[in-house]
Design a binder for this molecule. Structure first.
Ligand code: HPA
Length: 274
């Protein structure tokens, strides 16, 4: 289904009635393992997705399904605790709906994190990757349908969706913390099944460094409406076929848990520099 601009406005107005004149600087979509950052927001105002007109609820395990407004590192933020995924049955437009609403509420920056499979054989599970670009050309765009000029142009440029200045800032933050930060291309796959070894080889040949089932739709929509974007991937596991072992969700969750301290320190250090 295609939303109307009025629907985005209704969602924003409902949230506005809860948060008063609070204006989030950064919207944060946190994937596996980092959802807890919503719990450490100062002066939080929590708005459950199910209360917000036109919002869909996330069904993914470990995803809470609420927006938390407040302060992290003294920066006004809106943390999405729980994201929607296409594999849950949502359209790409549903998946990226909240980004536009947060844009209407004043956010000019999107910080996205995810867990993904590591395609590079010279990297390791547990490494963090700064997303420099993505590949999502085998599935439809979240911008499909009538364009909404209130948000952006019909044919938006995608040359630097992951804002170069924010990538520089992330490199500096990682260096200051002594955290090794890989850089690479996120290759979007529909899921929910993990990739086959042949698909992982294909992703590698096409230029992907990580394979995952999220992030790219939200980033396309953020770029369309003029937001700056900073994205990080936790390489939670070696992608299918690299090691002689099956992939499991437990492996992803365990890696997310093991890396959450390092990962959250990096994200907070970036926020501080915004
Ligand atoms: N593939 C796709 N999505 C993922 C993976 C993976 O290997 N690990 C975590 N999310």
């Amino acid at each position: 289904m295609n939303y109307t601009f009025a629907q985005y406005q209704e969602s924003a107005e409902y949230i506005r009635s809860k948060i008063g004149d609070f204006t989030p600087k950064a919207a944060m979509v946190l994937g596996s393992g980092l959802g807890f950052m919503g719990d450490v927001v100062k002066d939080p105002i929590v708005v459950p997705y199910k209360e917000i007109p036109h919002f869909k609820a996330s069904t993914a395990p470990g995803h809470k399904g609420q927006l938390v407004f407040g302060y992290l590192e003294d920066k006004p933020v809106a943390v999405m605790q729980g994201r929607m995924h296409h594999y849950e049955g949502y359209s790409f437009e549903d998946v990226s709906y909240a980004v536009r609403v947060l844009r209407l509420l004043g956010a000019d920056t999107l910080i996205v994190t995810n867990a993904a499979g590591c395609v590079r054989t010279d990297w390791q599970a547990g490494d963090l990757m700064l997303i420099t670009d993505h590949i999502k050309m085998f599935s439809e765009s979240p911008l499909r349908g009538e364009n909404m000029p209130e948000f952006g142009v019909r044919f938006p440029d995608a040359s630097s969706l992951y804002t170069p200045a924010l990538r520089t800032l992330a490199r500096e933050a990682a260096a200051e913390l002594g955290i090794e930060l890989r850089e690479g291309v996120y290759f979007y796959c529909y899921g929910p099944q993990y990739e086959t070894p042949a698909e992982v080889r294909a992703a590698r040949i096409l230029g992907g460094d990580a394979v995952g089932m999220s992030t790219a739709p939200e980033v396309i929509v953020a770029g369309h409406c003029g937001m700056q974007v900073l994205g990080f991937t936790l390489l939670s596991n070696m992608a299918a076929g690299i090691l002689d072992q099956p992939l499991s969700e437990q492996e992803v969750l365990d890696a997310a848990e093991a890396c959450k301290d390092k990962f959250s320190r990096l994200v907070l250090a970036c926020l501080k520099k915004l």
